[in-house]
Ligand binder design. Structure first.
Ligand SMILES: [Zn+2]
Ligand SMILES: [Zn+2]
Length: 152
């Protein structure tokens, strides 16, 4: 039996959030993970394709369908359109959370891309993570409350 892989649920790679371990293993015995794309589709991805490092070997950062759309529509156009929509949604959601969450969360950037633009590390879309935390996220890193749980 291969050893149990490190729990990667909640980690974010591009458009993918890792949601659960797959039964499948690569030829080398590495785990596959089920990931959910921002569009809602799921994709099974081998551990070694989930990385933030820039490498020759291609990292997987979206579901197959989005990858196909990127190839035809162009990554920039699709990303721009979706990013605009995400910021509108985050603005609306956050308005409803006024007084519910700490005020400084509502001053964070709206999205991952927004945080990068501003040179910030955290953002708050007003959405719950897979474990149900309402919490800011770290760029590329996922939910802060999850990260804290893992450390404890
Ligand atoms: Zn997708
Ligand atoms: Zn969480």
């Amino acid at each position: 039996m291969p050893s149990k892989p490190r729990d990667r649920t909640g980690e974010v790679y591009g458009r993918l959030s890792v949601i659960r371990l797959s039964e499948r293993r690569t030829a080398a015995g590495n785990a596959y993970w089920w990931c959910r794309c921002q569009c809602g589709q799921e994709r099974e991805v081998a551990s070694d394709s989930l990385s933030h490092k820039i490498r020759k070997k291609k990292n997987v950062t979206e579901c197959r369908e989005c990858a196909r759309e990127y190839a035809t529509e162009g990554v920039c156009e699709k990303n721009d359109r979706e990013e605009k929509q995400r910021r509108i949604e985050a603005t609306t959601t956050r308005k409803q959370l006024n007084g519910v969450v700490p005020n400084d969360w509502l001053e964070l950037p709206l999205t991952d891309a927004h945080a990068r633009e501003l040179g910030k590390k955290h953002f708050f879309r007003g959405l719950k993570c897979l474990k149900g935390h309402l919490s800011p996220y770290r760029i590329n890193g996922g939910c802060l409350a999850c990260a804290k749980e893992k450390k404890e």
